[in-house]
Design a protein around this ligand. Structure first.
Ligand code: SF4
Ligand code: FES
Length: 390
């Protein structure tokens, strides 16, 4: 029997999990809910909104199969409930099925976040045999010409439709994901219609989050306020129409918000992210904070990373907060927003997130929106010596 579903586990569910000795100390943090296993930065697509770092981990630096199996064991012992196999394109790793089977045996809920372009019938059978619980399939747009143009992969959209058919033919609940930006915000109605055709049970409509390549290309990707409002209205209308049949998750861009998101559910509080080369990160973009050292799972156990490393402790909780966060009644709701976004905008990760209207640096957010007036051609994510199927 699985210990978790794709929805966040309750604290009562977590209280039944065995905790290692070192986490039973009263000042130790609660165990993470989820592990994001970034298996590789290799990907056959070149989306300009990719949140991978500009300096991609080269294939030769990737953790071995044995390393990952040990990490999965350590995650289960630490109390992690869910593992999300991500990338890059996680299916570029030929050992993905081995990892899914291992995580499954360790009692972890398993999810693959994929573009679907490498999902053949043979691999689908192997992944099902390994006991996968969920696959999230991403699309770049609602039609092949636009999607293939943006993803830089001719024939990619057709492969995604074939992947969707394979998922639909299994017992897995189909989930589709669409990433929204200035260039495709006008196609959201068609995206929802496509997801309905594909018999999705869950649709994620997620505006670009501006990290890595997405941040580099922000001036061409950021939608206007009018586009955002139009998409929000469409999503609300679709939610009402599809209620009880298809759930729609909606992720908005921080740039037009009054309050920031609780990024990762709070730094070092719910998620542990392992990069392809093995660095333990509180979030996928944490390496952009250059003055921090992130230990590797090659030398440090997951439990020690989580409860003992300076990197995870630095912005955990509320003690680190400056004003106005320190005395704000939302400080344990959004945990001061996103550290990486704050660094990117304000040059200092320890300030209040400019996504907050109370932030002293709020005008930086307004300035970023103003850059939209002079968009440039987006830079496609680099292929980074793609050697697929290693
Ligand atoms: Fe959140 Fe800080 Fe803004 Fe309060 S002041 S809403 S804690 S970011
Ligand atoms: Fe790093 Fe938000 S992406 S804290």
């Amino acid at each position: 029997m699985r210990r978790a579903t794709s929805s966040p586990a309750t604290s009562s569910a977590r209280s039944t999990i065995f905790l290692p000795e070192e986490l039973l100390a009263c000042d130790a943090p609660s165990p993470p809910l989820g592990l994001i296993a970034e298996l590789t930065h290799r990907c056959p697509l070149q989306c300009a909104y990719c949140s991978n770092p500009l300096a991609l981990d080269p294939p030769a630096s990737e953790l071995s199969t044995d390393d990952w199996l040990r990490v999965l064991d350590e995650a289960a012992a630490l109390g992690v409930l869910q593992v999300h196999f991500s990338g890059g394109e996680p299916m570029a790793r030929r050992d993905l099925e081995i990892m899914v089977a291992h995580a499954n045996r360790a009692g972890l809920y398993t999810n693959i976040i994929t573009s679907g372009v490498l999902l053949t019938p043979e691999r689908m059978a192997a992944i099902l045999e390994a006991g996968i619980d969920h696959i999230q399939l991403s699309f770049q747009d609602s039609d092949a010409v636009r999607a293939d143009g943006f993803g830089g992969y001719k024939g990619g959209h057709a492969k995604k439709l074939a992947a969707a058919a394979l998922i639909q033919g299994s017992d897995l609940p189909p989930t589709t994901n669409f990433v929204i930006h200035h260039g495709n915000a006008g196609h959201v109605a068609a995206m929802i219609a496509l997801a309905e055709d594909l018999k999705a049970e869950r649709i994620e409509i997620a505006h670009v989050q501006y990290y890595g390549w997405g941040l580099l290309n922000r001036s061409s990707l950021l939608p206007s306020r009018a586009q955002l409002d139009q998409v929000t209205d469409l999503v609300e209308t679709a939610r009402a129409r599809l209620s009880g049949r298809i759930a729609i998750d909606y992720v908005v861009p921080d740039y037009y918000a009054q309050r920031p998101k609780a990024c990762m559910g709070g730094w070092g509080q719910r998620i542990i992210n392992i990069s392809p080369s093995g660095k333990g990160l509180p979030c996928h973009a944490a390496e952009s904070i250059r003055d921090m050292v992130f230990p590797s799972v090659r030398e440090t156990s997951l439990a020690a990373l989580w409860s003992g490393s300076e990197a995870f402790a630095r912005f955990r909780g509320t003690d680190w907060m400056p004003e106005p966060c320190r005395t704000c009644d939302r400080r344990e709701i959004d945990w001061g927003g996103c550290r990486c976004q704050t660094l990117a905008l304000a040059g200092d990760a320890s300030r209040t997130d400019p996504a907050c209207s109370r932030a002293p640096d709020r005008e930086l957010m307004t300035g970023a929106i103003a850059e939209m007036a002079t968009p440039v051609t987006p830079v496609p994510r680099c292929l980074a010596a793609v050697a697929l199927g290693a």
